[in-house]
Design a protein around this ligand. Structure first.
Ligand code: ATR
Length: 275
């Protein structure tokens, strides 16, 4: 029987998940399907209760459903609980809904792939932004052993709330201090939407950043944001946001379709062609 999964969002049209999962289904010759499901927030609970009835073995969830999906699941992994949101769901043999969050896994696995030595010299990292993506990245960095993280957000109270979640390894700094505090950082991460097509660029002078530091962006449209272009010009290693998106899809695909898929240059090129 054809195994089916989907991405649930509202809106969902923009989601790249079908491109990724359909590529792998084809690549591995799997009898499976991956659909888009536009579900209004008010209908999410009922849709998830009837996930199996809709013919699905599992799902990805995207905005604005990530927090509610965690609440709707009967069981959740440590990452989903710590991040307070789920992006991957599956049904067990008894029909119980499990929630996972693979965003932190995707971010860190992509850093491992693109900048293999990243974790050796990173005594101090700086994360810009304090939304859902920042929360996943903070969890991932701490789990990977980064000892200290500076966190800056335009709305400081949101950064302070995240620091309360993750503890004393997170130091909140003022948004206006972000450039001045770069001189001790081995890793700079933009987790805001700034730099995305149609948004203003991230306004930061990175001249104080050490030449050995890595600069990562979660934005993937454009692939090279103004921040990454500037960093590459200075000779810093840069990591774009597309790899995180590709890697976060791996655990869900394996769970639903029984094959652990590979993130390859060919997959990247296939997805880039859709951006
Ligand atoms: P996500 O879940 O993808 O992280 P989000 O929760 O909407 O999305 O978070 C967006 C992030 O980008 C926030 O940190 C936001 O800052 P605020 O908390 O102050 O809103 C940041 N951001 C968006 N537009 C911004 C801008 N023009 N200047 C500075 N930060 C901005």
């Amino acid at each position: 029987m054809t195994r089916r999964a989907c991405v649930i969002g509202w809106p969902v049209e923009h989601s790249r998940s079908p491109v990724i999962h359909r590529y792998w289904l084809n690549e591995y010759g799997i009898d499976g399907a991956y659909e888009k499901e536009a579900v209004k927030p008010a209908n999410l609970g009922r849709f998830l209760e009837e996930l199996s009835g809709h013919g699905y073995v599992g799902a990805n969830v995207t905005l604005p459903h990530k927090e509610a999906a965690l609440g709707a699941a009967g069981a959740a992994d440590a990452a989903a609980l710590a991040i307070g949101a789920a992006n991957t769901l599956w049904l067990d043999e008894k029909g119980a809904l499990h929630a996972s969050n693979t965003d932190a896994y995707g971010f860190v696995t992509n850093l491992d792939a693109e900048a293999p030595q990243w974790n050796e010299g990173v005594g101090l990292a700086m994360v810009l932004g304090a939304g859902g993506a920042a929360r996943a990245i903070l969890y991932g960095l701490l789990a990977a052993g980064v000892p200290r993280i500076l966190l800056a957000n335009r709305t400081k109270a949101k950064a302070e709330a995240l620091a309360r979640v993750f503890g004393p390894q997170i130091e909140v700094i003022d948004w206006d201090e972000r450039a001045a505090k770069l001189s001790a950082c081995g890793l700079l991460i933009n987790s805001t939407s700034l730099g995305m097509t149609g948004q203003p660029p991230l306004d930061i002078d990175i001249s104080a950043l050490p030449g050995s530091a890595i600069v990562a962006d979660i934005v993937y449209a454009p692939l090279l944001t103004p921040l990454l272009v500037e960093a590459a010009k200075r000779g810093n290693a840069v990591v774009d946001g597309l790899g995180m998106l590709l890697h976060q899809a791996v655990p869900g695909f394996e769970r639903w379709f029984g094959v652990r898929p590979h993130v390859t240059p060919a997959l990247r090129a296939h997805v880039v062609a859709t951006l």
